[in-house]
Design a protein around this ligand. Structure first.
Ligand code: E4P
Length: 218
């Protein structure tokens, strides 16, 4: 199980990497625009230089030819960049072609087992079921993660890694780990929440106070 950060915020990425638990980053056009980055290439290159693992950058055009051309361009920006391609019919064709060219793809916006299955057959390196967005419309997003993991385990030819995305809270991370997701990509806030426990804080406070009373430290 690995943890990626789901952000285009450079400070958060640096901090996450410093903690030693973040081995990749996922971005999307919304996250990039939220940070006010104007130069897409520059920001993706900067993130790739900070992160010791795969960095997903999404194509921002439509149509197979345009997506292919942009994906090939993005793939030249850094050796650890992975191209995010949407789970559409066009996206499937583009993913198959990129896989033939040894360009890694993260098939994104996956909302069904069939999309995941076809993405894997097309040669995607990662498939990203969007848990939170399914929850938002009254479906159990984590059930999809479980189904994909279970089905991929049954067949030797389905080697695509399951990247649980659209993670909104720490319980999603617990469930993704239990479901056997290879990776969970989490917002920075969720990463911090994962480590936080009130009993740990109370325990640290008590230990320090008791130590001071024994050692006479003020
Ligand atoms: C994943 O790759 C996406 O960037 C992300 O997880 C989407 O999350 P959201 O549904 O919270 O926007």
């Amino acid at each position: 199980m690995r943890i990626f950060l789901d952000t285009a915020n450079i400070d958060q990425i640096k901090q996450g990497v410093k903690l030693g638990v973040v081995s990749g980053v996922t971005t999307n056009p919304t996250l990039v625009s939220k940070e006010g980055h104007k130069d897409y290439k520059a920001v993706v290159k900067e993130i790739c230089s900070i992160v010791p693992g795969p960095v997903s950058a999404e194509v921002v055009v439509e149509g197979t030819q345009a997506m292919l051309e942009q994906a090939r361009q993005i793939a030249t920006w850094a050796s650890n960049v992975v191209i995010k391609i949407p789970s559409t019919v066009d996206g499937l064709e583009v993913t198959s072609q990129l896989a033939r060219e040894n360009i890694k793809v993260n098939m994104t916006l996956c909302f069904s087992l069939n999309q995941a299955l076809l993405g894997a057959l097309a040669g995607a390196t990662y498939i990203s079921p969007f848990v939170g967005r399914l929850d938002d419309v009254g479906h159990d997003g984590m059930e999809l993660v479980k189904d994909i993991v279970d089905v991929f385990k049954k067949y030797d030819n389905l080697t695509t890694e399951v990247l649980a995305a659209s993670i909104r809270h720490p319980l999603h991370c617990v469930s993704a780990a239990k479901a056997g997701a290879h990776i969970a990509t989490v917002p920075y806030k969720v990463l911090l929440q994962m480590m936080k426990h009130p009993l740990t804080d109370i325990g640290v406070e008590r230990f320090l106070a008791d130590w001071k009373s024994v050692s006479g430290d003020k």
